[in-house]
Ligand binder design. Structure first.
Ligand code: 26V
Length: 841
């Protein structure tokens, strides 16, 4: 650049270039000093000038918001630096596409990642403010249903910590998962207005907004002798990105989570508005903004919801556009796309991205179809998270054709070419063709999204060894045969930062004192704890920490729900979404059995191991049976807790609104972890990992990741019960009759009869009749078949708990041997087996 004058103050000829070449153009100014004084000044500045209040006037929420913004300042320079380096290095990265992120509270994690916890604690204390109080003020963004959303949050944490370039893409739901309350023991859903008190962690970027079209028609046109297709949408929506920081643990790296919000486009409004129809203009705005209004429940009928398909296309199209047009450097040769990005599909929700990338490459970038398809096939990989057939998404051709006509055409062509390949390999085996077609014909013509993902994905993975095996053998066997080497496994993991270091500070301190801090980023090092299982003093400290965590959980439960766990009780926890396949009912039958043993006089109360059962579970609002089961748990709890005959022995607690925040308190307090799904139904589970890592023993079936947990901790440190998956299959094939189990097992009969008698419903036999009759006549998930085995194993648990030294030994070994379940390890597996991104530095 040449300037006429050497005068520093002169306005340069090209102001834009001057901005870019200024010495401070790319290096962000440093954040506030990391001293207590530096922090206090910055915090007060935020309180006064950001929040607009004095310290004396400020509410806890003001203080929380000011603190969050102050902590942001510390992260900001690292965030800018991470983005700059990523842009310069141009290495391959991951775009994680997920409709759900269950992040949990941000403040504690941000402080941990920056090593600022002590500075902030001291600084706030000097102002008379308690950090813990401010942390409790944060409303967690509940932008997910359960395991799938939490897994996404763990994965992006690990990638940031490992320094792997990753953008998480998703939806900024205005209302996340509902807030659960109980009225008369039944679930009532309240809206989760998580943004109402301020959203200090997000950064809107209107300059990167994208227009997303819907509906309309396609047309062909002549482009210099080549016939091309274009899509003419009927309406569009603006996708506005909000960026969230994803700080790596103590590594100066901050990755990005980009969540899209739907807003009405100006043009759209204006047309109608100018036509004089104010009401219609407002209506249409609401219509557009509905797209990111609310998280869809993981409900019993996931199909056929137009708005959900809109959400899926909305966020995936915005993400792909953002990556292709804003993230990639200008002039990037799209033939090299597979060297720059892998789009990881978190279940089928983002699979509409496959035809969208094809549309961008072929229609917008005017690439040849075959070339575009060769690129697309390398840019996607698909993770399947379920085995339940009813949870596999299909979209009716009708709906797709109406909402995304061009995408439907593309899907048809992908399918035609795919089926031609199948014919080439296997001949005209029409049955096979029909089985493998991406388009299902019956009961209605529809697109099988898992098939589309499998055909397009470079790799397809399940989430635990058993799940991946069943996926290949039972769900997609034809595809496994057709695509040798495409299927792989990556066992899930959880982030040790949130679920051990943050959630269990006392145990973390003991571990660090014993083996050093390395475990936080290299969880296999927990193995070094093994010998300490034999160390009496270590065991005593370990047990004292469990007791401490119970008191800590009690304080939280008392404050939020008004109840507590008695001191001497075993804490037996089942927390997860309410689904019949997870078998909360089996747990209820166990509690009823223990209760019946005491009240019938069969066993003296004094001889029963004191236990508190803690449940946490949300049922999808439309899932009637799940809601009935919640009602039953609460009803059994009310009866048991009020009965003086079992007082001091059995207690049932069901804190409403189980979420990440509560998990962080309850899991470290648990003695026993309930992982009791019917074998072959729980894809992996991740709660199971969190419990074991925090020193709870598992009672579980041979299902999902339980299999791997048991292999690692050893049979003697795990309570196994129930049928194996092949046994389940055999019983199914032989014709399962639940009533046969009811008739032949008197213990089971008494438990069921007690529920049926109205003992837990004020004598009303009708209340739980649907639950009972479903168990006796259908019992899809074989609760009755596994009952005897479960009770027998629970009796062994009671005996084992009687030997506290031995129990603690086992608990320590559970911690020492479950380092494998770090999501850092999962990420290494994804990198090695699927992504092939550059090695982690
Ligand atoms: C489940 C169901 C079951 C009943 C009918 C409708 C329906 C719809 C959706 C789903 C959830 C499927 C996806 C999912 O959340 N899977 C979970 O993913 C976790 C992370 O991989 C894994 O640990 C859980 O085992 C798996 O259920």
């Amino acid at each position: 650049m040449s300037t006429e004058s050497h005068d520093e103050t002169a306005v340069p000829a090209d102001a834009a270039t001057a901005v870019k070449t200024h010495p401070l153009a790319t290096a962000p100014v440093a954040g506030p000093p990391t001293s207590v004084d530096g922090f206090v000044k910055e915090f007060l500045r935020e309180l006064n000038f950001g929040q607009g209040v004095t310290l004396a006037q400020s509410t806890v929420n003001d203080q929380y918001l000011a603190l969050a913004r102050t902590v942001r300042h510390y992260l900001m320079a690292r965030w800018l630096e991470t983005s700059r380096r990523q842009f310069e290095q141009q290495t391959k990265g991951v775009a994680y596409l997920s409709a759900e992120y269950l992040l949990g509270r941000q403040l504690g994690n941000a402080l941990l990642a920056t090593d600022l916890t002590e500075v902030v604690e001291d600084g706030l204390r000097s102002l008379g403010i308690d950090l813990a109080t401010l942390r409790s003020q944060e409303v967690e963004p509940g932008l997910g249903n359960g395991g799938l959303g939490r897994l996404a949050a763990c994965f992006i944490d690990s990638l940031a910590t490992m320094g792997v370039p990753c953008i998480g893409y998703g939806i900024r739901y205005e209302y996340g998962i509902f807030r659960q309350t109980f009225v008369d023991d039944q679930q009532v859903e309240q809206p989760d207005g998580w943004l109402a008190l301020g959203a200090p962690w997000e950064f809107p970027h209107p300059e990167q907004a994208q227009l997303i079209g819907f509906g309309g028609h396609t047309e062909t046109y002549d482009d210099e002798g080549v016939t091309r297709t274009r899509w003419v949408p009927a309406w569009d929506v603006k996708a506005l990105p909000y960026n969230y920081m994803v700080p790596g643990y103590l590594n100066g790296r901050v990755n990005t989570l980009r969540l899209w919000r739907a807003v009405a486009t100006d043009a759209f409004d204006l047309k109608i508005f100018n036509a004089g129809d104010f009401e219609e203009a407002v209506r249409s705005q609401t219509f557009a903004e509905n797209i990111s209004k609310v998280l869809y429940p993981e409900d019993s009928t996931p199909q056929g919801k137009e708005l959900r398909l809109q959400q899926q296309y909305f966020f995936v199209a915005a993400s792909i556009k953002n990556f292709v047009y804003d993230v990639l450097p200008e002039g990037f040769d799209l033939h090299e796309l597979p060297e720059r990005i892998i789009f990881q599909l978190n279940d089928t929700h983002p699979v509409i991205g496959v035809p969208e990338l094809m549309r961008v490459l072929v229609d917008e970038k005017k690439m040849d179809w075959d070339e575009a398809w060769a690129i697309t096939k390398q840019c996607f990989a698909y993770t399947c998270h379920t085995l339940l057939p009813e949870a596999l998404e299909v979209w009716s051709v009708d709906l797709l054709g109406r909402l995304l006509p061009r995408h439907l055409e593309i899907i048809y062509r992908i399918n035609d070419e795919f089926l031609a390949e199948v014919r080439e390999k296997f001949g005209d085996d029409e049955l096979r063709i029909r089985r493998m077609s991406i388009i299902q014909e019956y009961p209605a013509r529809a697109v099988r999204m898992a098939y589309l993902a499998t055909v397009a994905g470079a790799k397809v993975n399940g989430v635990a060894e058993l799940h991946s095996q069943l996926l290949r053998e039972k769900v997609l066997p034809d595809f496994d045969e057709f695509y040798p080497g495409k299927f792989t496994n990556v066992t899930n993991g959880v982030t040790p930062r949130r679920f051990l270091r943050l959630a269990n500070p006392a145990l973390s301190e003991l571990i660090t004192e014993t083996i050093g801090v390395g475990w936080i980023t290299d969880l296999e090092r927990l193995r070094e704890l093994e010998p300490y299982a034999e160390d009496e003093e270590f065991r005593a400290r370990f047990a004292a920490i469990k007791a401490h965590n119970k008191r800590r959980a009690n304080a939280v439960l008392l404050e939020r729900d008004g109840f507590t766990v008695p001191d001497d009780h075993m804490v037996d926890v089942m927390v997860k979404r309410l689904h019949e396949y997870k078998r909360q009912l089996l747990k209820v039958l166990h509690i009823v059995t223990l209760y019946d043993r005491i009240v019938s006089g069969e066993v003296a109360a004094a001889d029963v191991t004191p236990r508190t059962f803690i449940f946490g579970a949300k049922a999808a609002a439309g899932y009637a049976m799940a809601k009935r089961i919640i009602h039953l748990i609460n009803a059994v709890g009310s009866t048991v807790n009020a009965d003086p005959r079992v007082e001091g022995r059995l207690k049932v607690l069901f804190p409403p609104n189980y979420n990440v925040t509560l998990a962080e308190k309850v899991i470290p307090a648990a003695d026993l972890s309930e992982q009791i799904s019917l074998a072959g139904k729980e894809a992996s589970g991740t709660g199971n990992m969190k419990f074991a890592l925090n020193g709870a023993l598992t009672i579980g079936t041979d299902d999902g990741a339980n299999v791997e947990i048991r292999e690692l901790v050893g049979d003697e440190n795990f309570f196994l019960f129930g049928m194996s998956e092949p046994e389940v299959q055999a019983l199914q094939d032989a014709g399962y009759r639940p009533s046969a189990f009811y008739e032949s097992d008197p213990t089971l009969r008494r438990a069921i009869d007690l529920i049926a008698s109205g003992a837990f419903s004020g004598g009303d036999r009708s209340t739980f009749e649907p639950v009972v009759s479903n168990l006796l006549h259908q019992d899809r998930f074989m609760v009755l078949a596994d009952f005897a085995s479960y009770i027998a194993e629970q009796d062994r648990v009671d005996v084992a708990y009687g030997d506290q030294e031995q129990w603690t030994r086992s608990a320590i070994l559970n911690v020492a041997r479950t380092g494998f379940f770090s999501s850092d390890r999962s990420m290494v597996d994804y990198i090695d087996r699927i992504w092939h991104t550059p090695p982690v530095r």
